[in-house]
Design a protein. Structure first.
Lengths: 107, 251
């Protein structure tokens, strides 16, 4: 019988990063999230947020599109099906890691 | 978790180090906090609750029974339609009840949809409110079709309170879109109230509690069936408004 897989094997390098995980978490809670909301909620600079969005978009985990509200340009982010799956897998792996740690505690 | 560690990728295999466990706990705590914050910023359901509460209150004149039998039956409203939306009685103002609810439900659904679009643009988080609009339209059309084929149980339609059940269906869809436990509880309470209002004369309870209407007040005896669901919506809407305003102030 083989040993159960270690939970860290379920962690994806693209998602296992605090801010990218935050972006996916927020995007999963809404139909779409605005760049400004993400920037303020995560406390990131616009440049930093843009870099994280590019990584997630290139991995196919989010869709990014630009629109206008009057003359004001706005950038919106929507999580994809793959993004939802990746987020669920990351949370499951982290939860399992903590559960194993609790079980391994003496007493 | 530091940016540097986080960006370097997850550790693989091996025993769970203290750092890994601390990092996992921090990340999960962040996820929970962000979920809570995002839902709180996105919630805007106080308006549809208050709006449908007001629309229900505004329907009161149409539920007042005429003192004398006879009178107008509305302007040529098809019988099946009256049964579905307006109950069996087509006398006096009640003849217009079906038309009122047709307009009120259409207006309520449209205004709610527009409200969520506006709120989404303001906050920067869009709630998927299209489901609410679709549910309201589909259930309303279904009511019309079922009325036309005559399969709707008379017990549900006789008091003209079937529109409350259409509103209840919309609230369940909205609670799912909002991912709100509080709205789910409101939807459950409202559905129960709407069912009671459709199946039972609430005046009987008030009679036992001491309300003995004089003969000239008999025309008002169906109003408790209308005002109770309206009260649930208005109370829940005002409570939600205050809670959502308090949360945004402290955020």
């Amino acid at each position: 019988m083989s040993a159960p897989e270690h939970p860290t094997n379920g962690l994806d390098e693209t998602v296992h990063q605090r801010h990218r995980l935050g972006i996916l978490t927020i995007a999963a809670e809404a139909e779409s999230a605005d760049f400004g909301y993400l920037r303020d909620a995560l406390g990131l600079t616009p440049g930093n947020l843009s870099r994280h969005l590019t990584v997630l978009e290139e991995a196919g985990l989010i869709q990014v599109w630009k629109g206008y509200e009057g003359r004001r340009p706005r950038t919106w982010v929507r999580i994809t099906g793959d993004g939802r799956s990746a987020l669920a897998a990351e949370i499951a792996a982290l939860t399992e890691l903590l559960r194993r740690h609790e079980q391994a505690k003496p007493g | 978790m530091s940016e540097q560690n986080a960006g370097s990728g997850p550790a693989r295999e091996g025993p769970d180090s203290g750092a890994q466990v601390t990092e996992a706990a921090t990340l999960l705590s962040d996820v929970r906090r962000l979920r809570r914050q995002t839902r709180s910023a996105r919630h805007a359901y106080w308006l549809p609750l208050v709006l449908f509460g007001i629309l229900t209150c505004a329907s009161v004149p149409f539920y007042i029974r005429p003192l004398q039998p006879g009178g107008t039956g509305g302007f040529g409203v098809p019988a099946f339609y009256v049964r579905g939306f307006g109950g069996f009685t087509g006398q006096g103002w009640r003849g217009y009840l079906a038309l009122y609810w047709l307009v009120a439900i259409a207006a309520g659904l449209t205004l709610t949809f527009l409200w969520y679009r506006r709120h989404g643009r303001q906050v920067g988080l869009v709630t998927p409110a299209r489901g609410f609009l679709t549910t309201g339209v589909v259930v309303s059309l279904l009511t019309l079709v079922l009325s036309a084929v005559g399969v709707l149980p008379g017990d549900l339609t006789i008091r003209g309170t079937l529109p409350f059940l259409i509103i209840a269906a919309g609230l369940w869809t909205l609670a799912r879109a909002e991912r709100s436990r509080a709205l789910t509880v409101v939807a459950a309470i409202y559905t129960a109230t709407a069912l009671v209002a459709s199946l039972y004369n609430i005046e009987n309870v008030l009679f036992r509690l001491g309300w003995h209407p004089a003969p000239d007040q008999w025309q008002l005896t169906s109003l408790p069936n209308v005002l109770l669901p309206a009260l649930v919506l208005l109370a829940a809407g005002l409570a939600a408004y205050m809670a959502q305003r308090r949360t945004r102030r402290t955020a």
